[in-house]
Design a protein around this ligand. Structure first.
Ligand SMILES: [Zn+2]
Length: 318
């Protein structure tokens, strides 16, 4: 069961993704609000404002990738391994369902000189962004790119350009006041084949309008913002999708994660005879397995196994 008691009930969930095309399909836009999902993430991890901003930007970029995927059982995991004090950050999206975690979500840093949260200070300026697309029964796709700023939006733009050969304009924003996420959201613009340079120039000219997207979102809902930003470019909403923070952990998945640690470690746990408790990275739910249950898992661990794909739920707290 999810940790409902720490869910912030004051935030109505208006999170959604709008897919918009411009000029009859010459460019595509994904514009989303993720305020409630980021608030939930901040509550679950008791994250500081700077970590909430970093995780929220990562979640917002990840849900765009998640909603680009077609198959029902497909999902995407984006990890950022920077040299900052937050350690590794991970976000997972299966379609509009999001979850995220970081090694150290309670890192606190002073504001930058311009008064903004020091996201790249927390994440790190150098490191790597990895995108793992789980394509269900088919092979996983893994794309990697170097971090260019640690501010996340530019890192996503760089990923799209370098790894997917798709030039992209990306804006991601999280506006936090204390423990409250006031607004969070993002924008992705991608020119499609045949897009004229004049439209690209026009979009670049307009980019300062949506650079500070979370602040803009305090003035108007995203649908209204889109009308203003893309006026004269025939914006057309093609599709809307709901977004929420949802963990998919279960006893069954945790059992598979435990089995994947291998016979040697399982035997050690059995000899210690204290059982094993696993905590989910994304929602902090705990799962306890008795020595008897571990013995059954040992038998299964010694069988030849099928596809192991439990990077989301590696055991961390035994
Ligand atoms: Zn969970």
């Amino acid at each position: 069961m999810p940790n409902l008691e720490i869910q912030n009930q004051n935030v109505p969930n208006q999170d959604e993704m709008l897919r918009i095309d411009l000029c009859g399909g010459q460019a595509r836009v994904m514009l989303c609000e993720t305020t409630a999902a980021v608030q939930r993430c901040a509550d679950v991890h008791r994250a500081t404002p700077v970590c909430t901003a970093a995780l929220g930007r990562l979640m917002t970029g990840t849900v765009m990738l998640g909603l680009m995927m077609k198959g029902e059982d497909e999902s995407v995991t984006v990890s950022v391994k920077g040299d900052g004090p937050m350690g590794n950050l991970i976000a997972v999206a299966d379609h509009g369902h999001l979850r995220a975690c970081a090694d150290n979500p309670q890192v606190d840093l002073p504001l930058r000189e311009d008064g903004k949260l020091d996201v790249s200070g927390a994440v790190g300026h150098t490191g790597r962004m990895s995108v793992i697309k789980d394509l269900g029964m088919r092979k996983n796709y893994i794309g990697q790119s170097e971090l260019v700023s640690g501010e996340i939006a530019m890192d996503f733009a760089n990923y799209f350009t370098v790894s997917e050969q798709q030039p992209s304009l990306v804006a991601l924003g999280v506006l936090v006041s204390g423990e409250t996420v006031l607004k969070a959201g993002g924008l992705l613009i991608q020119p499609l084949p045949g897009c004229p340079d004049s439209l690209i120039d026009q979009l670049e000219l307009r980019s300062p309008m949506f650079a500070d997207i979370s602040r803009e979102m305090t003035f108007a809902p995203i649908r209204e913002l889109a009308e203003g930003w893309f006026r004269g470019l025939e914006p057309r909403i093609l599709k809307t999708d709901p977004i929420d923070y949802r963990c998919t952990c279960s006893r069954d998945r945790m059992e598979k994660a435990l089995i994947s640690i291998g016979s040697k470690d399982l035997k050690e746990l059995i000899e210690e005879d204290r059982g094993a408790e696993l905590s989910c990275h994304f929602c902090h739910n705990r799962y306890f397995f008795s020595t008897e249950e571990l013995k059954k898992m040992l038998l299964r661990a010694q069988e030849p196994s099928g596809k192991e794909n439990e990077h989301e739920h590696a055991p961390d707290q035994l």
